[in-house]
Design a protein around this ligand. Structure first.
Ligand SMILES: Cc1ncc(COP(=O)(O)O)c(C=O)c1O
Length: 376
């Protein structure tokens, strides 16, 4: 056996993270604690305020009988269920420990150091983390109206671009691009660039001009669409996400995917959730009822609210000391309501608020009226 004596990272006397890793800003999840409240109302992570399907819960409980067993590494039953529900080729599906894992795997498959990814200026933070971990450069396409601008995205693409990430509807803005714009974006990309459409919130957008990208992914080799069971289905704790792509891309991702990345409980709860259209409809109805209400009420308080197609809204606060987004966030937390400060997305004046139950939405509006000195 030969011993490698050359140390390309200097003469450090301890293991050193590879270049770039310690420059990565870690993902910051929505807050989950508020001082003085054992159970604050959490409107900071776009979770499903209704919980999950009772059928999914029963499947989860039943899975407790098999905690000693490894799960089916190919998620075959879930694969069949998703393929049937969405009319997809089961062989072109990939399952992940949440969409988050799949997004990381995509970067690992396609990026070499010096390659780049393009995403929207306010895009979801996970793409950049995964890309930077692979030595990729991250390019942010301006979003002049807080919304993906296809031309700006295309302008960022060059010979070293391998991946373009679009969240549709977007997080944290809630804005979206139409099917026609998505197709125009795809048509403007060279075939060597993979377009990744993150459809985590797609179920909340029922506008006829919108689609989740699956139609495009069925037809084109350079499109990956990701979906999650965390939002509409309310299974965030169980970490189940999936991607649809070409057979070649699915094969590549599967080669590096940890073999047992989705649990028995996750797979079975997800199958049950997919079959519970009553719960899905309840979740969508709640969002469709309270999203316009919250938008209008917050607007009535003088806040600028970005029209949203997801299960949250984003509101802009004044820069005036005493009325800023940071102070509003702290005020709401002091009353037991957690919302998301999105300054780390480059939006220092905004807060993102997940749609809650009626009493939560009303309370948020009343508390913000009090905070802004507009209480009636
Ligand atoms: C845009 C977007 N993509 C992906 C995810 C991650 O989803 P998952 O829970 O499936 O990992 C989230 C979660 O908040 C998200 O907002």
């Amino acid at each position: 056996m030969t011993t490698e004596t050359h140390n390309p990272r200097g003469d450090a006397d301890r293991p050193i993270a590879k270049p770039g890793i310690l420059d990565i800003t870690p993902y910051r999840p929505g807050k989950s604690t508020a001082e003085g409240f054992e159970h604050p109302v959490k409107l900071s992570s776009n979770e499903n305020i209704l919980g999950c399907s009772p059928l999914a819960k029963a499947a989860f409980v039943a899975a407790a009988e098999r905690l000693n067993l490894y799960p089916d590494g190919r998620s075959n039953a879930l694969r069949e269920a998703v393929a049937k529900y969405y009319d997809l080729d089961p062989e072109r599906l990939v399952f992940g420990d949440g969409t988050d894992e799949i997004l990381h795997l995509i970067s690992q498959v396609y990026l070499e150091p010096g390659d780049n990814i393009v995403q929207g200026q306010y895009g979801f933070g996970a793409y950049a983390i995964g890309a930077r971990a692979c030595g990729g450069e991250v390019r942010f396409a301006p979003e002049p109206q807080l919304r993906i601008d296809v031309d700006e995205v295309l302008k960022c693409v060059d010979a070293r671009t391998r991946l373009v990430f679009i969240t549709n509807p977007a997080n944290p803005t809630g804005t979206w691009i139409s099917s026609a714009e998505l197709r125009r974006l795809h048509a403007g990309l060279p075939p060597s660039v993979m377009l990744v459409v993150d459809a985590a919130y797609a179920e909340f957008n029922t506008d006829p001009a919108f689609d989740d990208g699956l139609e495009l992914a069925r037809a084109a080799d350079n499109v990956i669409v990701t979906h999650t069971f965390s939002k509409l289905h309310g299974l965030a704790a169980l970490r189940v996400g999936w991607a649809y792509c070409s057979a070649e891309a699915a094969d590549a991702i599967d080669r590096i995917r940890p073999p047992f990345n989705t649990s028995i409980a996750g797979q079975e709860a997800a199958i049950a959730a997919l079959g519970d259209e009553v719960f899905q409809a309840q979740s969508l109805t709640l969002v469709e009822k309270w999203r316009p209400w919250l938008t209008q009420q917050l607007g009535g308080l003088g806040l600028e609210v970005t029209p949203s197609a997801a299960n949250y809204v984003m509101a802009r606060f004044p820069a005036t000391p005493g009325q800023t987004s940071g102070e509003a966030e702290a005020f709401l937390a002091s009353r037991g309501y957690l919302v998301r400060n999105v300054a780390n997305y480059g939006l220092p004046y905004h807060l993102r608020i997940t749609i809650g139950l009626e009493e939560h939405n009303r309370a948020v509006v009343d508390l913000l009226a009090e905070f802004l000195g507009r209480a009636g």
